[in-house]
Write a protein of this length. Sequence first.
Length: 81
Amino acid sequence: MAIVVRIDVELARRKMSVGEFAERVGLTPANVAVLKNGRAKAVRFSTLEAMCRVLGCQPGDLLEWVPDEQDAPAAAQEASR
């Protein structure tokens, strides 16, 4: 997977439990676990907005693109431009 979800990092920084986060965002703890473990196929912008509001962060703090091995040469080439 090329998109890494960093919800756990932001929760740890704020010493917030998954249960509290889920309640404040309006998700079930099971759905938060799906997001945290990278098993989600999609995230609604309204959900992403709620997560950012609760955590006081930007979308880029929660999601990071990491190149797969097959993408690594292209990503390195783009970075050198």
